[in-house]
Design a protein around this ligand. Structure first.
Ligand SMILES: Nc1ncnc2c1ncn2[C@@H]1O[C@H](COP(=O)(O)OP(=O)(O)OP(=O)(O)O)[C@@H](O)[C@H]1O
Ligand SMILES: [Mg+2]
Length: 358
């Protein structure tokens, strides 16, 4: 059988982030420009997948063992902030295993028939990738339990009097789940994953490699110092690094000779209001609001979201993890608090957030 990727109900947003929405038909990866951009630069095998070395070695062993046993891999859960390579890793695993992958996301599996249909379409050895798996509803989750554990689903057919339950065996498959919120996953679902891994933020050296690789694919001229300058301001995140290469590349063509060196990269990033820590306007606004309106915190997430004019989930998933990792923000039981380090770095007593802070 031909190996391939089936992407179920995907649209892409401005950020080249893949969002999967409920839709019945299956689209191929060539149908959207953003999707094909992602497809081009997305690493296909472990050799192209930069960083996450501990995770890669564990996975390589599991893959080799599964191949030797001629069995599918254990179910895998990846968690960590957006853009660190969870979806990419799922496709890398399918390529390394030489199996098909079906990609969907929990919000696309609203009705029991969505998940039943999907499970019944699985072939032996397939990988089923469910993004945002913490958003799976209770009914779908319960259908998934026996499918994951013993490879069957129970279905009811007929009406009231003639109602009967039938058990449908499924071929052995691997479920890969991804989430930015491991804490929101129910215990029973979490327990059914044999391999659970957190993806870490990338070092500057690793991001430099990601940038060099992407620039080569996109035929953007960049030297090592230029790549390092972008890496420094990419918040430890390959997706952001890839986005910045395109913006900086545009800047280099318009304002200079088209080659990204350190000077051009820094000038472009300054123009994009991305500071030397990789923080953008919203990050700095968040820190400033806590400093100025709430005296450094603690302040509750909902109050902070209202003050910032952002959705609290976006703050939690997108902004906070990096601010916490950099040591600028603390999550306490009573809310979010600035650290003394943040106050020092950003001179947070008398700050003007309209001004760049680099
Ligand atoms: N280790 C890596 N090496 C090279 N490129 C990477 C790596 N990880 C991710 N990327 C690139 O970063 C982009 C984002 O990765 P991906 O979509 O896999 O992130 P994600 O963790 O699934 O994000 P989300 O939580 O938003 O779904 C992709 O375009 C991919 O090409
Ligand atoms: Mg993803």
């Amino acid at each position: 059988m031909k190996k391939g990727i089936t992407i179920l109900a995907i649209v892409s947003d401005d950020d080249n982030n893949l969002i999967k929405k409920s839709r019945d038909n299956v689209v191929s990866e060539e149908t959207s420009f953003d999707l094909s951009f992602e497809t081009n630069i997305r690493p296909k095998y472990f050799d192209d997948y930069v960083g996450q070395s501990a995770l890669k070695s564990t996975l390589k062993i599991s893959i080799e063992a599964a191949k030797k046993r001629e069995l599918p891999l254990d179910h895998i859960l990846f968690y960590g902030p957006p853009g660190l390579g969870k979806t990419t890793l799922a496709t890398v695993i399918s390529n390394e295993m030489g199996t098909n992958i079906k990609i969907t996301s929990a919000p696309a599996l609203e009705r029991p028939r969505d998940i039943i249909g999907l499970l019944m379409s699985i072939k032996a050895g397939d990988i089923l990738f469910i993004d945002e798996i913490h958003r799976l509803n209770k009914i779908s989750e319960e259908i998934l339990y026996p499918a994951m554990e013993d490879f069957y689903i129970d279905m009811t057919t007929g009406k009231s009097q003639t109602l009967k339950s039938i058990r449908i065996p499924l071929p052995k498959f691997t479920l890969i789940g991804a989430t930015t919120k491991a804490g929101s996953l129910s215990g029973p679902l979490r327990d059914r994953f044999g391999i659970i891994h957190r993806l870490e933020f990338y070092s500057e050296d690793e991001l430099t490699k990601v940038i060099q690789r992407t620039s080569e694919i996109l035929q953007i001229s960049i030297n090592e110092k230029g790549a390092q300058a972008i890496a420094k301001r990419s918040r430890g995140t390959p997706r952001i690094a890839n986005r910045l290469i395109k913006r900086v590349g545009d800047y280099a063509i318009v304002k200079s000779d088209g080659i990204i060196d350190e000077k051009t990269a820094n000038a472009a990033l300054d123009a994009l209001q991305i500071d030397k820590f990789g923080l953008d306007y919203t990050d700095r606004a968040l820190l400033t609001i806590i400093a100025e309106k709430y005296n450094g915190g603690p302040v509750g997430i909902e109050t902070l979201a209202t003050a910032l004019g952002e959705d609290s989930k976006t703050i939690e998933d997108v902004y906070e993890p990096y601010l916490v990792q950099k040591g600028f923000l603390q999550r306490t039981l009573r809310g979010r608090k600035l650290t003394p380090y943040a106050c020092k770095c950003f001179n947070l007593k008398n700050i003007d957030i309209q001004q760049s802070l680099f």
